[in-house]
Design a protein around this ligand. Structure first.
Ligand SMILES: [Zn+2]
Ligand SMILES: [Zn+2]
Length: 251
């Protein structure tokens, strides 16, 4: 069994990892140093497009965050994908180097979070695998987040479905930034994806327990948001048995 590790004074990172060959993802926890240059009392989120990001995707992120949180969203001018982060053998960008690059830039420091969003594939080292594709690279309780829509939209053609998944995962990743870890409540946006973005097809809202935790950290979550996606059918998304099976592949 994989387990989360608590180490004082260092934030936990949540990484939603996606293995390209199997087109499956896995959530893992690891440790990394904290980032600076943000104001935890601010309700401002800076969206930083890294490389070309379709307007539909930026809109999906903004719409979802604004639906759930009383936030002020500001788009920063897009930056180029950093060559220093490019990993040629897999044609992906290393998430840690990408964030190093973002942190080296002169960015506003009055926001709660800088959400670096890219449509390019990003990756990390996971165990023995040097380069694993991931979706999000988020400091839990931190101020910076890398979010790649590349694997999120794989297999989807309908713009409404793409918008839905991208929006749900944006809320999930930002809520990690607020300090929340995964939630056991089925259908909660903070459910552990357990290896696949398909899990987000069965989630809908933040559960009462997660809302209480968010209120406790002092961030304003809307009590009754106008949720910008339909309530999933009872059997939507992967079954628990399927998730267990793919999880075993990873352990
Ligand atoms: Zn997560
Ligand atoms: Zn929850």
């Amino acid at each position: 069994m994989r387990s989360r590790v608590d180490v004082p004074r260092r934030p936990r990172y949540d990484r939603l990892v996606l293995r390209r060959a199997a087109a499956l993802a896995i959530a893992i926890a690891a440790l990394a140093p904290a980032t600076a240059a943000a104001d935890p009392r601010s309700n401002r989120i800076y969206l930083l497009p890294v490389g070309p990001v379709p307007a539909l995707e930026l809109g999906a992120v903004e719409g979802a965050l604004a639906a759930f949180y009383a936030v002020e969203l500001k788009r920063l001018p897009a930056i180029a994908l950093p060559r220093s982060a490019y990993y040629r053998p897999r044609k992906r960008y290393r998430a840690d180097k990408l964030l190093d690059h973002v942190e080296s830039l002169e960015l506003p420091s009055d926001g709660r979070t800088i959400l670096a969003i890219t449509a390019a594939p990003i990756s990390i080292t996971k165990g023995k695998a040097y380069d694993w594709g991931i979706i999000g690279y988020v400091a839990i309780g931190g101020e910076i987040c890398a979010y790649s829509t590349y694997y999120v939209k794989q297999g989807l053609r309908d713009p409404a479905r793409i918008r839905e998944r991208i929006g749900k995962i944006a809320v999930h990743e930002f809520t990690h930034n607020l300090g929340l870890v995964h939630c056991k409540e089925r259908g909660c946006l903070m459910e552990d994806a357990q290896g696949t973005p398909l899990t987000f097809d069965r989630v809908y809202d933040l559960c009462a327990a997660c809302r209480a935790k968010i209120a406790k950290v002092g961030f304003r979550v809307r009590p009754a948001p106008t949720i910008p996606w339909p309530r999933p059918a009872k059997d939507a998304g992967p079954s628990d048995a399927y998730l267990k099976r793919i999880r075993r592949l990873w352990e």
